[in-house]
Design a protein around this ligand. Structure first.
Ligand SMILES: C[C@H](O)[C@H](O)[C@H]1CNc2nc(N)[nH]c(=O)c2N1
Ligand SMILES: N[C@@H](Cc1ccccc1)C(=O)O
Ligand SMILES: [Fe+2]
Length: 305
């Protein structure tokens, strides 16, 4: 599974800012951007990209949403080489006004939000090692470019992620970042979309993961629940394993509506309400499918044995 996802937790970031790629030094620039250094990728690194690209490209038709497939088709992303961020930005800029900038790994929350608010997507410049194809703790170029960039070709997602950047800066000031981060997690990273012919993936954390692509759509274990904002804001997520629940929207335009909602009164309303564990089902949930819980229960049983 792509448990790549310690990536998005503030906790994980503490004491680890950007150093996490192992040996990355302090940021060269205040916005933490670096040069992609495209010429410095080795043949072995391009080969890792190719392996990942080909595996995912076979799996995604009929599983990724139409917008993802369209976005990919119109971008200079292929099996042959790790994409060049300047070439991606040229195409994206014309389409939705976004750019891709290189960062050494996780960047501090406020730096991340500042980039998004200015329609710059920070992408890890490094690629995972051959022994980490399905597991890594930081967003690398495969997750960030293959998973996120195709969706940034879509105008609704483009506006939504910019608004999330602005909302992130605000949520930080209000001390409610954990609530907002769950909205990003259960949409941009792990969102499912109802299309005419069934459930499809639009979340980048799924789309860049071979194993979670199958698990999220085909496995009976996880819950698939209609997206409801307050419910999602109160739901913890798993950073080191498949999700126990996925939240489903019926149109990407739904995200634009979310972006326009003023979250401040909602933060206030839920401030003293309890959070939910990832696998919880509530009487108020509208289910696309109820999960058996089998996958995570089996693991819990081993831990408690
Ligand atoms: C809350 C939030 O979205 C978050 O933790 C940030 C922090 N820094 C990051 N930095 C990078 N490069 N990529 C990310 O997705 C994030 N996520
Ligand atoms: N509308 C949110 C910001 C936001 C935009 C997009 C996604 C998530 C949140 C707010 O008022 O803070
Ligand atoms: Fe991501």
């Amino acid at each position: 599974m792509l448990k790549h996802l310690k990536e998005h937790t503030s906790d994980n970031l503490k004491g680890k800012h950007g150093l996490a790629a192992g040996d990355a030094a302090q940021p060269e620039r205040p916005d933490w951007t670096i040069d992609q250094g495209w010429d410095k990728y080795t043949p072995a690194e391009h080969a890792v990209w190719k392996t990942l690209f080909e595996r995912q490209s076979k799996l995604l038709p009929g599983r990724a949403c139409d917008e993802f497939v369209d976005g990919m088709k119109n971008l200079p992303i292929g099996p042959g080489q790790i994409p060049n961020f300047e070439q991606l930005s040229d195409v994206l800029m014309k389409r939705t006004g976004w750019q891709v900038v290189a960062v050494p790994g996780l960047v501090p929350d406020e730096v991340f939000f500042e980039h998004l608010a200015h329609r710059r997507f920070p992408a890890g410049h490094f690629i995972r090692k051959p022994h980490e194809l399905d597991y890594l703790e930081e967003p690398d170029v495969f997750h960030d470019v293959f998973g996120h960039v195709p969706m940034l070709m879509n105008p609704a997602i483009a506006d939504y992620i910019q608004a999330y950047g602005e909302g992130g800066l605000r949520a930080q000031r209000l001390g409610v970042l954990d609530k907002l981060a769950r909205v990003y997690w259960y949409t941009v990273e792990f969102g499912l979309l109802k299309q005419k012919d069934g459930l499809r993936i639009y979340g980048a954390g799924i789309a860049s993961s071979y194993t979670e692509t199958v698990f999220s759509l085909d496995d009976p274990s996880p819950n698939r629940i209609d997206f409801e904002l307050e419910r999602v804001m109160r739901t913890n997520y798993r950073i080191d394993d498949f999700q126990e629940s996925y939240f489903v929207i019926d149109s990407l335009d739904r995200l634009l509506e979310l972006a326009k909602i003023d979250f401040a009164p909602i933060y206030d309303r839920i401030a003293n309400l309890p959070d939910f564990e990832p696998g919880t089902l509530l009487p108020s949930d509208t289910l696309v499918s109820r999960g058996t819980g089998r996958y995570h229960d089996a693991k819990r049983a081993v831990v408690h044995a």
